[in-house]
Ligand binder design. Structure first.
Ligand code: NOJ
Length: 566
């Protein structure tokens, strides 16, 4: 071969190879990434389905329920941590990032789950606990062994201010000082959460490398992305300045602080940009557990050029605990203005279930449908929490001796812990709601006899059937998936209404958030639309075939999703 030909072939290969090996980005005709149209469903593995009768859910249990999830219409499941763990924080204390805890199964079970899910077009998102490890992780064991250990700097160690005095005033989210003195080396280590969850030192490049490699390892196993735990707490002020105190005491008796020196430090964003590059190699999605004060603060987590988290969770709805159209309107407007793709969440394993938070005790089912009609019809990606689709209620422990979650033991009775929102999924009316043939790790509420998947499947007006219809509608509606969001009647104190409009059609959403009938009228002529609408889905068992938009009669707590023509 001539020298020239050789050079030409090498150049060609250099040009072609990177493209050939780069992961193909899956987009729709309008250029949307898969995660923009997907509905995510959070599973708390301990509580979803128990296949071996030990009273604790497991991966094989989840696999056995994938058909249900397909039938429901979700596209991706987020599994809260199922890695080996001493379970002090029910898996959020990881002792090995590259394995499965035997209580949940094996890596082979994981591979089976991934394979079966793939066949049903369901993606798997793992939970990445990157702020801290378990104190039983081999890195921490090595780190605490001596001040000169090569792993010493993998965690945050400091001398105390004086005898018996921690390095500064920072408090743990779970109560007490965020510093623990380790007698072996007479230094304090930092823990934002339990003392059994020491914080990793993200300023150490070796930590970064090891943790990035963990994500690569899971991507190769077929994982479609990660939910990043406690992501705003990765960095601490190097000078360890005291946080300003706020005055009020929390449930653990600590004085509340403004966490300016141990949360949301700018360095977090550099790490997220690097982590995103790794995710992009696999067309994976990064979802953030991003607790921020407002949507404006949330904006930073998308990154300056959309190069950080694709889906930073917006928790603002979880802080509106009443059916208040003005509050929802305001939050939707700020999510829309953030310039990123919105991410809506109404409950999760750390928050009281939405059924109780919004429910008034009399109309809870209608309210659950109303909420579904809201967060599943907005522009953005919704993240559901298991059981939300059947209207599962919180089942708080009645006595301190029944509490499993350590924060509930510590903060009782003001803080009862998070057991209530983590109870077993209610599958049917058999003992323990069909979750386990054994003794469940948390009790199911008495209401499971009627509130379960099987009985709701059979009832055309159930919350479950409303969710199913809504998810099916969303999947095929270009307006709901991609359309613009236009708030309507912005002064109405009772009715939240908006138009979702795309080239593929226009959908009007009208939600009567009051318990009395209301009237509403809409003039959509400026949007090129007519004065009548036909129902795509309503929360009522009967209703008119056509609505006049000049005068709509709205049933108490009614949810209306309507198609409007030209
Ligand atoms: C947030 C998780 O959602 C929560 O359950 C956990 O206790 C803390 N992070 C600590 O990892």
């Amino acid at each position: 071969m001539s020298k020239l030909r050789c050079v030409a072939i090498t150049l060609l290969l250099l040009l072609v190879l990177p493209t050939a090996f780069a992961q193909k980005r899956e987009t729709d005709a309008a250029g949307h990434a898969w995660w923009q149209h997907a509905v995510f469903y959070e599973i708390y593995p301990r509580s979803f389905a128990d296949s071996n009768g030990d009273g604790i859910g497991d991966l094989n249990g989840i696999t056995s329920r994938l058909d249900y999830l397909r039938e429901l219409g979700v596209d991706a499941i987020w599994l809260t941590p199922c890695y080996p763990s001493p379970q002090v924080d029910f898996g959020y204390d990881v002792s090995d990032y590259q394995n499965i805890d035997p209580m949940y199964g094996t890596l082979k079970d994981f591979d089976d789950l991934a394979k079966t899910a793939r066949k049903r077009k369901i993606r798997i998102i793992m939970d990445f606990v990157l702020n801290h490890t378990s104190d039983q992780h081999k890195w921490f064991q090595a780190s605490r062994s001596s001040r000169t250990s090569p792993f010493r700097d993998w965690y945050v160690w400091r001398d105390g201010k004086g005898p018996g005095q921690p390095p500064n005033n920072w408090i743990s989210v779970f109560g007490g000082s965020a510093w623990k003195l380790d007698p072996a080396t007479e230094q304090y280590y930092y823990h934002m959460f339990y003392p059994e969850q020491p914080d990793l030192n993200w300023r150490n490049p070796a930590v970064k490398q090891a943790m990035f490699d963990v994500t690569r390892w899971w991507y190769k196993r077929g994982v479609a992305g990660f939910r990043l735990d406690a992501v705003n707490t990765l960095f601490e002020d190097p000078q360890l300045r005291d946080n300003p105190e706020l005055g009020e005491k929390n449930a653990y008796g600590d004085t509340e602080q403004k966490t300016v020196y141990n949360s949301d430090l700018p360095e977090v964003h550099t790490i997220l940009q690097e982590l995103r590059k790794v995710a992009d190699e696999s067309d994976a999605v990064l979802i953030g557990e991003t607790w921020t004060e407002d949507a404006e603060q949330l904006r930073a987590y998308y990154g300056p050029s959309h190069n950080e988290l694709q889906l930073p969770m917006d928790f603002m709805f979880t802080m509106i605990n009443k059916l208040s159209p003005p509050d929802f309107r305001k939050q939707i407007a700020s999510a829309e203005a953030s310039g990123g793709w919105p991410v809506y969440v109404i409950s999760n394993h750390d928050i009281r279930r939405s059924y109780d938070r919004y429910g008034d005790g009399k109309n809870n089912d209608a309210i659950a449908k109303l909420l579904a009609g809201l967060y599943l019809t907005l522009r953005g990606t919704p993240i559901m929490y298991y059981g939300e689709e059947i209207g599962m209620e919180n089942n708080d422990p009645a006595r301190i001796q029944d509490v499993q979650d350590p924060i509930g033991k510590k903060g009782w009775p003001e803080e009862k812990g998070r057991d209530g929102e983590r109870t077993p999924m209610q599958w049917n009316a058999s003992p323990n709601a069909g979750f386990t043939p054994g003794r469940p790790w948390l009790p199911v509420p008495a209401s499971y006899k009627t509130r379960n998947v099987e009985s709701e499947r059979a009832d055309p007006n159930s919350i479950l059937n409303f969710y199913k219809k809504l998810l099916a509608l969303r999947r095929k509606s270009p307006a709901l998936l991609d359309g613009t969001y236009l708030p309507l009647n912005p002064q109405d104190p009772h009715v939240l209404a908006y138009l979702r409009q795309s080239a593929g059609g226009s959908v009007l959403v009208v939600l009567n958030m009051s318990t009395t009938s209301q009237k509403a009228s809409f003039d959509l002529s400026a949007q090129g639309l007519g004065a009548t609408a036909t129902p795509l889905l309503t929360s009522l068992s009967t209703g008119p075939g056509t609505f006049s938009l000049q005068e709509m009669e709205l049933a108490p707590l009614g949810a209306y999703i309507l198609q409007v023509g030209k």
